[in-house]
Design a protein around this ligand. Structure first.
Ligand code: F6P
Length: 324
């Protein structure tokens, strides 16, 4: 293998730049030519692909976002789009790909590999932490810390005014961000898509809690089965029926996707990037390089996207116990 290309696709996440840097520099260190594809599969289809050098990735390890930009490509979902992408890679003689992204990125990579056989290794880049085959995804730690900083601030004002706050965090269909923020932020409740939320028991506990506490923080994962934080707040308010209680909603939104990556995310991005290049060189393909139990492991794309990653069973219990 002489030439490889790297791209980021789907929602960006802090630490993707560290991962790109590791791919470029490991590739060059191992004697490969490395190319960068702009805007993920979109750039592959349009042929927006440039040679990268060691200095191309200087001064990016500390930055959020992705220097290669990202996109969610509709055209790559079509056979015609994938054909164009393949022709562009072939014209440049690219023999291996590193795909940095989440489940959508790996779904595309798997189909592309099955059709055209270009060896591809993925790196788990998403704030959601919903990828099987890695303990954590690149960007998750930063997103949790960003959300936590906001929750700490909201708690100050919640306590000052004796208010009940519903704070909505990202995570798509997964509750990892909500659970870690709930534990770290000392939330009274956390609502996640993985477990069915019994609103009556939340209302009952909230009424009991209110006897001893002046304010409450409820962290709601955006994918919760009962709806968004606003809808849930209205349902709770309706059931509590106490005009003296004040309810507020804050949706944290895209601030969770930006910002300088934490040390954890820089290290994870760097390790996965190097793992992906070394995996390609040693003949691995159609799989993701993740970190489990502090070691690089390669998991087939089919398992990464097909297996639901469960929440840690102790974590929800921990929130219940610590919020008494
Ligand atoms: O997958 C990352 C993520 O930030 C999810 O948490 C969220 O549901 C989604 O992307 C938002 O996507 P967009 O940036 O396209 O609005």
């Amino acid at each position: 293998m002489k030439k490889i290309a790297v791209f980021t696709s789907g929602g960006d996440s802090p630490g993707m730049n560290a991962c790109i840097r590791a791919v470029v520099r490991t590739g060059i260190f191992r004697g490969l030519e490395v190319y960068g594809i702009q805007r993920g599969y979109e750039g592959m289809i349009e042929g927006d692909i440039k040679r990268m050098h060691s200095h191309s990735v200087s001064n990016i390890i500390q930055r959020g976002g992705t220097m290669l930009k990202s996109a969610r490509s509709m055209e790559f979902k079509t056979p015609e789009g994938r054909k164009k992408a393949f022709e562009n890679l072939k014209a440049l003689g690219i023999e291996g790909l590193v795909a940095i992204g989440g489940d959508g990125t790996f779904t595309g990579a798997k189909v592309f590999f099955e059709e055209y056989g270009i060896p591809t290794v993925g790196c788990p880049g998403t704030i959601d932490n919903d990828i099987f085959g890695t303990d954590y995804t690149i960007g998750f730690d930063t997103a949790v810390n960003t959300a936590l900083e906001a929750i700490d601030k909201i708690r100050d004002t919640a306590a000052a005014h004796d208010r009940i706050f519903f704070i909505e965090v990202m995570g798509r269909d997964a509750g990892f961000i909500a659970v870690e923020c709930g534990i770290g932020g000392g939330a009274e409740f956390v609502m996640v898509p993985e477990t069915k939320t019994d609103l009556n028991s939340v209302v009952k506990s909230l009424k009991n809690l209110r006897k001893s506490k002046s304010s409450s923080i409820i962290v709601v994962a955006e994918g919760d089965d009962l709806g968004n934080a606003d809808q849930i707040m209205n349902m709770v308010k309706e059931k509590i029926k106490d005009p003296s209680k004040e309810f507020k909603v804050t949706t944290l939104g895209h601030i969770q996707r930006g910002g300088n990556p934490t040390a954890r995310d820089r290290v994870l991005g760097s390790r996965c990037g190097m793992g992906a290049v070394d995996g390609l060189i040693s003949g691995k393909t159609n799989c993701m390089a993740g970190v489990m139990n502090n070691s690089i492991v390669y998991t087939p794309f089919g398992d990464c996207i097909g297996q639901p990653k469960p929440l840690h069973p102790d974590h929800l219990a921990l929130i219940d116990i610590l919020s008494i």
